[in-house]
Design a protein around this ligand. Structure first.
Ligand SMILES: [Ca+2]
Ligand SMILES: [Ca+2]
Ligand SMILES: [Ca+2]
Length: 316
């Protein structure tokens, strides 16, 4: 009976540390039953919304008093945030004047007080809502840049996998020791880079013949019919680029392909076919191609299976 009790407590502690943990870079607020992450680098509202989405969250709004208190306490970290405030998820970008949170909650159902002189819809161009450190609202231009927070409601089904993420689409391959995710929603190379980074990974880098085989097998699991939309489905962006020096290919970590451990281009590639192919990709064969960066293609993220323990420095 005693050992049962010890085990129960032990598993309880393990669960507390590792289970039900959304991401290591998010802070949990007990009263709000929510995870929040402060993005201090200002972004316009659209970029902020996208980054939160790509992190598996939503751009935070003070939906109730507990969430508002959590958000205000997070803003306490710098004097700059105190005076500038943060973007909330409340916006009217779909239809001017119709303000809803990123979860679809209308402004009328979100407790709020306006700052002095607000809302004024200055120059008829203010469709986003800022929250000051006093917890007051102001309508602002969505194209201006502010800090913001991403939000995730706590849920029991949230379990960090061995890949260090709650995203079940990341799977480890024992041959390389890396985790991979194939993205079927096509994006430009830069957006693909952003997506992998937001997920805690990076655009995949092939470091060996074995890894080329792993990528080839992963690609084979996604025949064209499994991907929605009108784009070329026999190609996927990877983590190499010409860094503005046309003709020289380096990984996103600055290594030559040879240094990285694999440098095989498909026959006739790189051909700079559209006289602007400065981004790296792979064919289904596992052989490289150069591609136009602004076109949208599938892409592959790679992630080092982090230790299960979160580094609490990430919170600050
Ligand atoms: Ca205003
Ligand atoms: Ca790799
Ligand atoms: Ca090419």
């Amino acid at each position: 009976m005693k050992s049962y009790l010890v085990l129960t407590i032990l598993f309880g502690v393990i669960d507390l540390l590792y289970g039900n943990r959304f991401r290591c870079d998010y802070k949990y607020f007990q009263n709000a039953q929510s995870y929040l992450k402060l993005h201090r680098i200002p972004a316009n509202w659209k970029e902020a919304r996208l980054r939160c989405h790509l992190e598996g969250a939503k751009i935070a709004s003070p939906l109730d008093q507990n969430l508002k208190a959590a958000m205000v306490s997070m803003m306490d970290v710098t004097p700059k945030l105190k005076c500038n405030g943060v973007f909330t998820g409340i916006h009217a970008t779909f239809s001017r004047g119709d303000f809803f949170s990123a979860e679809g909650i209308p402004l009328s159902r979100i407790p709020h007080t306006w700052a002095d002189g607000e809302p004024d819809n200055y120059e008829d161009n203010e469709s986003c809502i800022l929250m000051t450190s006093a917890g007051e609202f102001a309508d602002v231009n969505c194209s201006d840049t502010y800090a913001y927070m991403c939000y995730k409601k706590m849920s029991q089904s949230m379990i960090l996998s061995g890949c260090g993420t709650t995203d079940p689409e990341y799977n480890i391959d024992m041959r390389t020791g890396s985790c991979y995710k194939f993205h079927t929603v096509p994006r430009t190379w830069s957006r693909a880079y952003m997506t992998c980074a937001a997920e805690g990974g990076y655009l995949a880098i092939i470091n060996s013949e074995i890894e080329a085989q792993v990528i080839k097998e992963l690609f084979a699991k996604y025949p064209g019919g499994k991907m929605r939309g009108n784009f070329w489905k026999d190609i996927a962006f990877l983590g190499f680029h010409d860094w503005g020096e046309h003709g020289e290919w380096l990984t996103i970590n600055g290594d030559t392909l040879t240094q990285a451990g694999y440098d095989k281009f498909s026959g006739g590639e790189p051909n700079n076919a559209t006289t602007g192919e400065y981004c790296g990709a792979t064919y289904r064969s596992g052989l490289f191609n150069d591609l136009w960066c602004e076109n949208r293609y599938a892409f592959i993220c790679e992630k080092d299976p982090g230790s299960l323990a979160c580094d609490d420095n990430n919170y600050r």
